[in-house]
Design a protein around this ligand. Structure first.
Ligand SMILES: Nc1ncnc2c1ncn2[C@@H]1O[C@H](COP(=O)(O)OP(=O)(O)O)[C@@H](O)[C@H]1O
Ligand SMILES: CC(=O)OP(=O)(O)O
Ligand SMILES: [Mg+2]
Length: 426
């Protein structure tokens, strides 16, 4: 029997998203999500699509990513899709930081694991979870290729002018300080799907991709290659995010240290987990923010509800202001833009965000048709008026599918040597 199935694990800081796919026909056999790992109220939602079965939900404490993965393996076994299946060809893992070294999907060996571990200081929320996922999967199926697909890989085409910070070159190189960019698997997939939506080849179009999830990033994709992106050395730079500040004057950090008396770790935690939307208004979920704004619109002036709405509105306005700055910046980087595309949880679902991000940009050829923008759909779609000079689109991302495709392409011919050689140049 040819093994044609790929299990994909997308381990985040407190969640694991997974999909089991059959690559012979691209069908999804099972999908699921473990949330709130490490809390008392962890939740596992498992949907056995192949078996046509009902989705199952279990709640209760799941202590860490190791336990989460074992729980996932248990759910898959219940449907006869366990990790012991001879039909499994490989396990594909999202790895957030791959430095400069990993430009391609890579079969994991001890040297690769060591390199992912070395990069923990520049992806402290993500790489540890990715590592645990790989180690646990490897222990469960030591004979299977484990393939790492890196968020940074798509951005390695950025020119030096975009990738370098303007700081002393020798110091930067010694400490590998440069802009790496993240969410690359999503930017690659979505920019390609956008070209297909326009009926054109990816090599013929220039696209601005706005990946707006809990983490958020923008990228400028020229003829299929990334030429700039908003995240940098770490996933902290750029857009306003759920809990991350995005861009700040670096001197804010010196100021909080010298004048505010905060330690480096405290400032790190502040900017990564207590800033962004949650820092501005107490909520990191865009649904909640829109609800507060809408409720406040009905409330009497000066009431608690109106004040609450004003805070939510300010958070929303700051989020949008930053987003518009990046749209303008990447317009200039690309010179000619064929499409601006929204993706990920906020980008795919929050019509008010899309409308506000594009409002008033007619002179750039950008506009949103409010009727099309209000349509809810899981399909890629245009939301710009017919005949618009630049397309505005919503294209759902599918990092798991992209990881599965890249993983299977690597292992299908029995090609499991990883071609990785450490040259110390990452
Ligand atoms: N219907 C919706 N309206 C507005 N925002 C939404 C909606 N659904 C999801 N979101 C937003 O999407 C975010 C999660 O996006 P997602 O891409 O799944 O993030 P991540 O992969 O970083 O966990 C949530 O925090 C929420 O703000
Ligand atoms: C890199 C990153 O920010 O990822 P996520 O959006 O999954 O947190
Ligand atoms: Mg995500």
């Amino acid at each position: 029997m040819t093994a044609t199935r790929v299990l994909v694990l997308n381990s985040g800081s407190s969640s694991v998203k997974y999909q089991l796919l059959d690559m012979s026909d691209g069908s999804r056999l099972a999908v699921g999500l473990v949330e709130r790992i490490g809390e008392e109220t962890s939740r596992l939602k498992h949907s056995p699509l192949a078996a046509g079965g009902e989705s199952r939900e279990t709640t209760g404490p799941i202590a860490d990513h190791d336990a989460a993965l074992k729980a996932v393996a248990g759910e898959l076994s219940r449907d006869g899709l366990g990790l012991d299946s001879p039909e499994l060809a490989a396990i594909g893992h999202r790895v957030v930081h791959g430095g400069k070294l990993f430009t391609q999907p890579t079969v994991v060996d001890d040297a690769v694991l060591a390199e992912i571990e070395r990069l923990i200081p520049v992806a402290p929320l993500h790489n540890p979870a990715n590592l645990t996922g790989i180690r646990t999967a490897r222990a469960l199926r030591p004979d299977l290729p484990q393939v790492a697909v890196f968020d940074t890989a798509f951005h390695t085409t950025m020119p030096e002018a975009a990738a370098r910070y303007a700081i002393d070159v020798e110091t930067a190189d010694r400490h590998r300080v440069r802009r790496y960019g993240f969410h690359g698997t999503s930017h690659a997939y979505v920019s390609r799907e956008t070209a297909h939506l326009l009926g054109r080849a990816p090599e013929d179009v220039n696209v601005i991709v706005l990946h707006l999830g809990n983490g958020a990033s923008a990228s400028a994709v020229e003829r299929g290659r990334c030429v700039d992106t908003s995240m940098g050395l770490t996933p902290l730079e750029g857009l306003v995010m759920g809990t991350r500040s995005g861009d700040v004057d670096p001197a804010v950090i010196f100021h909080l240290s010298r004048v505010g008396g905060m330690s480096t770790d405290e400032i790190d935690t502040l900017l990564n987990t207590k800033s962004g939307l949650v820092g501005l208004c107490g909520d990191n979920d865009m649904r909640e923010i829109r609800r507060r704004i809408d409720e406040g619109a009905e409330a009497p002036e000066g009431s608690e509800s109106a004040q609450d709405a004003a805070r939510a509105q300010l958070a929303f306005d700051i989020y949008i202001h930053r987003l518009r700055k990046y749209i303008g910046a990447y317009y200039a980087v690309l010179g000619r833009v064929d499409a601006v595309v929204f993706t990920a949880g906020v980008g795919e679902n929050a019509a008010p965000v899309r409308e506000a991000a594009i409002a008033g940009l007619e002179s750039l050829g950008l506009a949103v048709d409010s009727g099309l923008n209000a349509v809810r759909s899981a399909e890629p779609r245009l939301i710009s008026p017919e005949g618009a000079r630049v397309a505005v689109a919503v294209v759902p991302t599918d990092e798991e599918l992209e990881i599965a495709n890249q993983t299977y392409a690597l292992v299908r011919n029995g090609n499991t040597s990883n071609g990785y050689t450490s040259n110390g140049n990452s």
